[in-house]
Design a protein around this ligand. Structure first.
Ligand SMILES: Nc1ncnc2c1ncn2[C@@H]1O[C@H](COP(=O)(O)OP(=O)(O)OP(=O)(O)O)[C@@H](O)[C@H]1O
Length: 256
């Protein structure tokens, strides 16, 4: 089956430093694919290239078989590829509900204007967006804080809200960058449960960069190990954890 994300022969250097070195990865539609690797392996750089916030020196990124390398992050968003972002400072003064209602709908080309011109359409859309936002809050377990300012939410609740923002758009592929960091175990459990449900029930594909191995082990299959800008290994987490080469790359030592 055609991969939903196909990264082909990407190279990226900063100054004289080669960070991504002829790297190719594929993300299968419907998977929760993990990406791990030691600090400085190039994970964030590759993510930025996939999301469209950084241009590669060479190579291609395809989404559903279509080259998107030349598209902006915003254009990729409208094609259903998005990454979660920390709730920006200005949004911390809005409630959880408002944060979700602010997410722009996915629209391509002329749809953007055609709905504009119809009388009554704007109000109908706003009612619909509100209904959707309330459903999403319910799904991610944040109904009880719907009128709370986002800035007052706990770290874990903010992550749930960020995940909720992706649900406002009918995303196809979501890039999750280190979302477990700073989240307490209970909320992390909720977050993982929601990711699984989005995957199973709504067909979302995820590409997850994560240092939290428990999260990778529970959610991700396959897992890609990146080291020095190249794919070192790809497979099930149990195989990866027992691979001497991977252990060496991570810890710089042979397994005991
Ligand atoms: N904008 C930049 N300018 C110069 N060097 C950069 C830039 N972005 C990243 N790098 C360098 O590229 C290398 C890979 O960084 P990257 O953040 O992609 O790694 P990572 O695998 O995500 O690491 P971590 O797990 O620590 O987040 C590092 O040596 C980093 O210093």
């Amino acid at each position: 089956m055609m991969p939903i994300i196909d990264v082909r022969n990407i190279r990226k250097s900063f100054g004289g430093l080669t960070v991504i070195d002829d790297c190719s990865i594929q993300v299968a539609k419907g998977s929760i694919t993990g990406m791990i690797g030691p600090n400085g392996a190039g994970k964030s750089t590759l993510f930025n290239i996939i999301a469209g916030s950084l241009a590669p020196d060479s190579g291609e990124v395809l989404l559903n078989g279509q080259a998107i390398t030349h598209l902006s992050a915003n254009q990729r968003f409208h094609k259903g590829l998005l990454r979660t972002f920390q709730i920006a400072h200005e949004f911390s003064h809005l409630t959880s509900l408002e944060n979700l209602m602010m997410v722009p709908p996915r629209q391509e080309g002329e749809n953007l204007f055609s709905t504009w011109l119809k009388p009554g359409e704007v109000r109908r859309q706003e009612t619909e967006v509100r209904r959707r936002a309330l459903e999403v809050l319910d799904f991610v377990g944040l109904s009880h804080v719907r009128n709370e300012l986002a800035g007052n939410l706990s770290g874990g609740q903010k992550k749930l809200l960020e995940l909720g923002r992706t649900m406002m758009t009918d995303a196809e592929v979501v890039l999750l960058d280190e979302i477990a960091a700073g989240v307490n175990r209970t909320l992390l459990g909720d977050l993982m449960g929601n990711i699984e449900r989005l995957n199973r029930e709504l067909g979302y594909t995820f590409l997850v960069i994560e240092h939290d191995m428990d999260m990778i082990a529970r959610l991700c299959d396959p897992v890609i190990v990146l080291a020095q800008g190249q794919v070192m290994m790809e497979g099930a987490i149990t195989d990866i954890q027992n691979n001497p080469e991977v252990i060496e790359a991570y810890f710089g030592a042979e397994p005991a």
